[in-house]
Ligand binder design. Structure first.
Ligand SMILES: C[S@@+](CC[C@H](N)C(=O)[O-])C[C@H]1O[C@@H](n2cnc3c(N)ncnc32)[C@H](O)[C@@H]1O
Length: 177
């Protein structure tokens, strides 16, 4: 993975996967990469069925357990001794934060936003920054809203890289061009 700049995770919840990313960098003594942690830190957005009919049936914005504050996520990093300047937080809705995110290049783009809107906003704004040879990981492949966004984005951009299953819900592909 040399030559790629940063792993980034969109949709963080309590922070577990991002804490793991930071821990891997520390374990391997990597000091020239950042971990980007992007989330509203207040749960999912209400569906916008006019713009995203695929999300119309979801009411995930009402699920309190998915709303974890930035303070709580930071304190979870701290508990593992992994909260430092190599972890950067982007707080807000993806539609607002990602178009102007100061991210240059990504090695790993991990998505877990459940909705069509969240998945598409992440891909449109960040996939162009994913290095050739980098990895896109999608946690919610089995949710039809998320899967539709992945299918649409891949079709619109001529992406044919093989989709590889990870477990019963997640998949990844390696960007080859
Ligand atoms: C299912 S949880 C993620 C679980 C986490 N990746 C894990 O493996 O433990 C979904 C997360 O995405 C965030 N989220 C979803 N859509 C978002 C959006 N459009 N903008 C900002 N945050 C969003 C929610 O706040 C929540 O933290």
């Amino acid at each position: 993975m040399r030559g790629y700049q940063t792993p980034g995770l969109l949709s963080v919840w309590r922070g577990g996967a991002t804490i793991f990313m930071r821990a891997i960098l520390k374990a391997y003594g990597v000091t020239d990469r950042l971990v980007w942690v992007a989330d509203s830190f207040e749960g999912l957005p209400a569906p916008n069925p006019t713009k995203y009919p695929e999300d119309a049936k979801w009411n995930l914005h009402l699920v309190d357990v998915l709303a974890v504050s930035l303070d709580e996520v930071m304190s979870n990093f701290e508990r593992y001794g992994l909260l430092d300047e190599r972890v950067r937080f982007l707080k807000g809705w993806f539609r607002d934060t990602l178009p102007h995110a100061p991210i240059e290049k990504l090695a790993v783009l991990r998505l877990d936003g459940d909705l069509y809107e969240s998945t598409m906003d992440a891909l449109v704004n960040l996939y162009p920054k994913l290095s050739i040879g980098g990895y896109a990981i999608v946690d919610d492949w089995t949710l039809d809203s998320c899967r539709q966004a992945i299918d649409d984005f891949r079709n619109q951009n001529g992406i044919t890289d093989e989709i590889v299953p990870i477990d019963r819900s997640a998949v990844y592909w390696q960007r080859t061009r």
